[in-house]
Design a binder for this molecule. Structure first.
Ligand code: PLP
Ligand code: ZN
Length: 550
């Protein structure tokens, strides 16, 4: 495999050597690898069919001369999971999750570490420095230990203790810096400079960008397997790529992957890029919204999501801005609370437990869909960049478990335990009736309600059955579909209102269609809320549910 390093500022070409980090002609640190796209474009796709699904299947397009099997931990090849429940909830059926939690150390930094360490090992380098908000240092530590390399990990004191201990467990030197992440990077740089050590430079590290681009290759292959090839038999690409961003290395690398595939004629279009930041540290988003060409740094980041706390993105912003604008994407920011809420929704709707930083991407997705920027028909890939460990207590709050006290001495164990268990008995929870003929919609409403609190949910699949169930069970709240066989929602409502026991039970009507003025008239005054299907994530709906059952 042959490639050259091209300076992004003056265009000067040099051979690759991992420790030379600036352009010899102009001194720029912004350079990237270039391959023989014409040749590789013609030959690689066929070779792929017989290779395992990990990131080394694209080795002709990676800056490592000979993949080192003994270093590999099975990096890359993460699943692309269809998020059917989220899709239904958001009215956007084609949402896919690139599940990077499934990397060897549970974040997408494993791609960066595996390729960088392989390149360093190949060049005979035995010691390195990395500044990190946690995940980079964990990944580098794991691979450094396999390569017999020493890692100096500079982390901010805000990095969760369990992450720091994991870094130390792999045998790395942990240096805790009390200060911002930007300050931490400065100290690490100075340390590396004084000792002449190799240093990870985030988005300016050639191997890191090359590693991240494999995400794009995999997405295209996996989306093609899921949806079939395009009409002109190219690989599929999503309409949107959404990722939570700190330094910007991920999306810059992923963009390069899509651009290379386009150059090689493998795909038709690039996705629009949507980098998401935390509101309390969103220099890229804020600068983009102000139309600035250079980022205004955030000097004191105010977010509890340490992973996203790069206050000064430097020129990474300029590069990413160009890519976002070129692909008609959008930068967006979300509050910490939005990210924590998204973390809950993702876990409860899709069984995916993501760390707050990764969840920020999902909060951004929700926001962009609501704002109409991402359209219902768009195919979206969200990068689930890392796993929840630890689930910080502020994310979960109190009341996340039911405490059942073991019986005291004077009760017989049997009685005591049973009485203790009645504390968690569903009879104690508010009862909500769902009357809805579509199985999917019923399942979705149930899931959303369950994800928001403790309710006893009863269900009926048509109007007649629903009416009987309501009269028998007298629920605290009814969620009613209008178009149903047997007896439609309008008639159910009329029947309920004509009997004193059921007349005052609050009703939320869920409907898939716009109501005619006449239909609205028929409902007039009889219901508490009208809910358009596909708009289920609306906080107002859940607020409504909570206020109605009080
Ligand atoms: C590093 C990291 C990010 C931010 O990635 P960049 O592309 O470097 O901005 C997001 N989420 C997680 C879990 C990370 O570890
Ligand atoms: Zn140059």
């Amino acid at each position: 495999m042959s490639f050259i390093i091209k300076c992004l500022d003056c265009g000067h070409n040099t051979p690759y050597y991992p420790t030379s980090t600036t352009c010899p002609k102009c001194g720029s640190q912004w350079r990237e690898a270039e391959y023989d796209y014409e040749l590789i474009g013609q030959t690689l796709r066929e070779q792929l069919t017989s290779r395992p699904f990990d990131l080394w299947r694209y080795r002709e397009l990676l800056p490592v001369r000979k993949p080192n099997v003994s270093l590999s931990l099975g990096e890359g090849g993460s699943p692309l999971v269809r998020a059917a429940n989220l899709g239904m909830m958001l009215g956007c059926p084609n949402i896919f999750i690139k599940d990077e939690r499934q990397g060897p150390t549970s974040s997408f930094k494993d791609r960066q570490a595996s390729i960088t360490i392989a390149a360093l090992k190949e060049a005979g380098i035995t010691e390195m420095v990395a500044a990190s908000t946690g995940n980079v240092a964990i990944s580098y530590s794991a691979y450094a230990s396999r390569a017999g390399m020493k890692l100096w990990a500079f982390v901010t004191s805000l990095v969760p203790g369990v992450k720091m201990r994991e870094i130390a467990l792999y045998g790395s030197q942990v240096i805790k810096i009390t200060g911002s992440y930007d300050q931490c990077k400065q100290v690490a740089s100075e340390f590396a400079r004084q000792r002449g050590l190799y240093q990870d430079m985030g988005a300016r590290t050639i191997t890191s960008i090359e590693a991240m681009k494999t995400i794009a290759f995999e997405i295209a292959e996996q989306l093609t397997a899921a949806l079939g090839p395009t009409e002109n038999s190219k690989w599929q690409t999503p309409d949107w790529y959404v990722q939570a961003v700190s330094g910007g290395m991920g999306p810059i690398g992923v963009y390069k992957g899509f651009r290379e595939m386009k150059q090689m004629g493998w795909i038709n279009d690039l996705p629009a890029f949507a980098p998401i930041q935390a509101e309390g540290c969103a220099p890229m988003v804020d600068s983009w919204k102000k139309g600035l060409e250079k980022a205004e740094p955030v000097t004191s980041p105010k977010t509890r999501i340490e992973t996203l706390a790069t206050g000064d993105p430097g020129r990474a912003y300029e590069f990413l801005r160009a890519k976002v604008n070129e692909t008609h994407g959008a930068f967006e920011s979300v509050s910490d609370e939005d990210a924590f809420r998204a973390m809950h929704v993702l876990a409860k709707m899709e069984g995916i437990s993501a760390e707050p930083a990764a969840a920020a991407a999902f909060a951004g997705l929700f926001k962009l869909i609501r704002a109409g920027v991402i359209k219902p028909s768009d195919t979206v890939v969200v990068n689930c960049t890392g796993h929840t460990l630890p689930a910080e207590s502020f994310v979960l709050g109190d009341n996340w478990s039911h405490d059942v006290k073991f019986p005291s001495k004077d009760e017989t164990p049997q009685e005591g335990l049973l009485s203790a268990l009645t504390q968690v008995a569903p009879e104690r929870f508010p009862k909500i009736a769902i009357v809805e003929d579509t199985t999917e919609a019923r399942r979705l409403i149930r899931r959303i309600l369950q994800s928001q609190g403790n309710f006893t949910i009863i269900e009926a699949t048509n109007g007649r059955e629903g009416l009987e169930m309501i009269q028998r069970e007298l629920p605290d709240l009814i969620i009613l579909d209008l178009m149903m066989p047997e007896l439609d929602g309008f008639s159910v409502l009329e029947a309920l209102r004509s009997k004193s026991e059921t007349a005052s039970i609050p009703v939320i009507v869920a409907t898939a269609k716009e109501l005619t003025p006449d239909e609205k008239n028929r409902l007039g005054g009889q219901i508490q809320a009208l809910l358009q299907k596909g708009d289920f994530l609306n906080d107002e709906f859940l607020e409504e549910v909570r206020s109605l059952i009080k």
